[in-house]
Ligand binder design. Sequence first.
Ligand SMILES: [Zn+2]
Length: 282
Amino acid sequence: MDLTKVTQQIASQQDDLLELVKQLVAFETPAPPARNTREAQNFVADYLRPLGFDIDQWALYDNDDIVVGTKNGDSTYQSLIINGHIDVASLNPDEQWSFSPFEAVIQDDRLIGRGVSDMKGGLAAALFALKILHDQNISLPGKVLFESVIGEEVGEAGTKSTIDHGYTADFALVTDSSDLEVQGQGGVITGWITIKSDQTYHDGLRRKMIHAGGGLRAASAIEKMAKIIIGLQELERDWAINKVYPGFPAGTNTINPAVIEGGRHAAFVADEARLWITCLSQ
Ligand SMILES: [Zn+2]
């Protein structure tokens, strides 16, 4: 693919991109207080429609909408989500703005306004990139989803709501503030490992379960969990050496035994142990 025309169009339309960021910043969408994004989301939907995207828009909360634009592709190719949030950090009374933070201005070659960095600049760049591809008649072979979500600043599950609505893809690109660095993020898996016996034994029976001749086939759930913790730690160390990918530093995949609970009383053998682990790729 010859990208010359694409880069030429990007260069010649830089002012359009800056204008698009300013337009997004002008929608006052701080969270908290939130409940203020519908108008901005309508704008995003209206931007995507002429680019060939089918729009699904729903209210996660009153006056807080989520927009997903879909451009179908060949299902034999992998699919891509481009995701960003339209809410911005709230304004604190002690912030010393010399102009309205929702009217972005260019000062010393920088665009300044509430949410330019986090992340209406990223949203605008992604929308602008899709427009350029459209203008140049370049269609990506696989399905492309564009998600503009809410609630990122206040821990509300805007992106989760898109998953609940059935929107998934092979890859996701999140254009949040990064100083133009592209960072891989494998994601997080977290959950409980539970070891549970259907029998509860008094401590007095322990002498029968700690050797083969005792006749009682039983064990402490806490001691079994200890084996799992050691095993997970060895796996994590193995991953640090052997599970490496280009662009990811060694040790990028971790397993954290974050919380442990178990046992019932000093007079009993532990019949249950629970471990909360978090696997992170970063
Ligand atoms: Zn952000």
